[in-house]
Design a protein around this ligand. Structure first.
Ligand SMILES: NC(=O)c1ccc[n+]([C@@H]2O[C@H](COP(=O)([O-])OP(=O)(O)OC[C@H]3O[C@@H](n4cnc5c(N)ncnc54)[C@H](OP(=O)(O)O)[C@@H]3O)[C@@H](O)[C@H]2O)c1
Length: 326
């Protein structure tokens, strides 16, 4: 297929592009700078200078394409999340950017597939119960409204032609060697601390970044229209996750950071969101596509992460590039 990708230089974008190229697809990636161009070419794709918010520019970039993967995002750093306007660009990418791409896809008769990576963090607190897109109640914050609009627009694409499909993947939080959040978690653990807001029995469903990328590729290649949850096979409670991180850095236990510090660093609505228990099931996506995560649980993932990340023993700032709550 000829596939157009936005966000190709991001944490999810790069391994996705690399896999698509490996699978023999021709990948065209939206590029916004000279630095982008180099990364995109290094990954084997063709850089396309385009403006996500300009319908003509996007339509011309989609010429002859068969699939669109809209992976672009702009999550503000935790330190500025409270600021007015901090989420504006992200909302614009999700609403106006998605709309612009879908209109262009509709005008380009070759485009049959549209894939969008959403989040699962807006599910309500379900305690120890398994949840999934089919049965879970969502309790979104204001910052998630634009994501839900994007989900609806992408699912709506499947109704614009008999062969058109729109696939939305609700991902767990990404972790792995290329995630700044994960590097921060390991660096803090090496100092003896766990960055943890949720209570010990709360489940948190994560996804190894390469597994998220393989799910995007699977969605483009084989998944039928629909809304799917993509997380690890066996989500851990917060207690189990901290124990896994401690084992990974060879410590007997980790101390949770004082609540007062977390209160200063993380806005209240996000702290409340992070306390929810979300034990999410990936069964439907597995059944429909045959996709399997290579890293089925954090017990394995954090070990792999600690082995790969030998780079730092510094305690990074909580005000870094963290963007997991969105
Ligand atoms: N991170 C997580 O834990 C997580 C969990 C669930 C779902 N997701 C979803 O997965 C997707 C990818 O996230 P990520 O973590 O890979 O993001 P990321 O690493 O921050 O990458 C963002 C990408 O978007 C591009 N971008 C930013 N502003 C743009 C604009 N105005 N126009 C065009 N492109 C723009 C960036 O390109 P430049 O290099 O040009 O800035 C970059 O390639 C997002 O939809 C996100 O919501 C993430």
């Amino acid at each position: 297929m000829i596939i157009f990708v936005t966000g190709a230089t991001g944490v999810l974008g790069r391994p996705t592009v690399q896999r698509l190229v490996q699978n023999g697809h021709q990948v065209r990636a939206l590029s916004r700078s000279e630095a982008n161009r180099h990364i995109i070419m290094e990954d084997g794709a063709i850089p396309m200078a385009a403006d996500l918010f300009d319908p003509l520019s996007v339509t011309s970039a989609l010429h002859d394409c068969e699939a669109v993967l809209h992976l672009a995002t702009r999550i503000p750093p935790v330190s500025s999340m409270k600021n007015p306007g901090a989420w504006d660009e992200n909302d614009r990418i999700r609403r106006e950017g998605t709309h612009c791409l879908i209109r262009a896809a509709e005008r380009t008769s070759s485009v049959r597939t549209f894939v969008y990576p959403s989040v699962s963090i807006f599910y309500g607190d379900a305690g120890p119960q398994w949840v999934s897109a089919e049965d879970a109640a969502i309790e979104p914050l204001e910052i998630h409204r634009s994501t839900i609009d994007a989900e609806n627009a992408v699912l709506g694409f499947s109704k614009t032609g008999p062969h058109n499909k729109g696939v939305v993947l609700r991902f767990g939080n990404f972790y792995g060697p290329t995630s700044p959040d994960s590097a921060q978690t390991i660096a803090m653990a090496r100092k003896g601390f766990a960055i943890s807001v949720a209570p010990s029995p709360a489940y948190k469903s994560m996804i190894w970044i390469d597994d998220a990328a393989s799910a995007i590729v699977e969605a483009a290649e084989s998944a039928p229209t629909g809304l799917y949850d993509v997380v690890e096979d066996d989500p851990a409670t917060q207690f189990e996750a901290i124990a896994a991180i401690a084992t990974a850095v060879r410590r007997r236990r980790l101390l949770k950071l004082p609540r007062v510090l977390l209160r200063i660093a993380i806005p209240k609505n996000l702290r409340d969101l992070l306390t929810r228990s979300q034990r999410i099931s990936n069964t439907r996506f597995r059944d429909v596509t045959g996709w399997r995560p290579q890293v089925p649980s954090q017990r394995i993932g954090w070990q792999m992460m600690a082995q790969k990340d030998k780079s730092t023993d510094e305690t990074p700032s909580l005000h870094g590039t963290s963007k997991h709550p969105a």
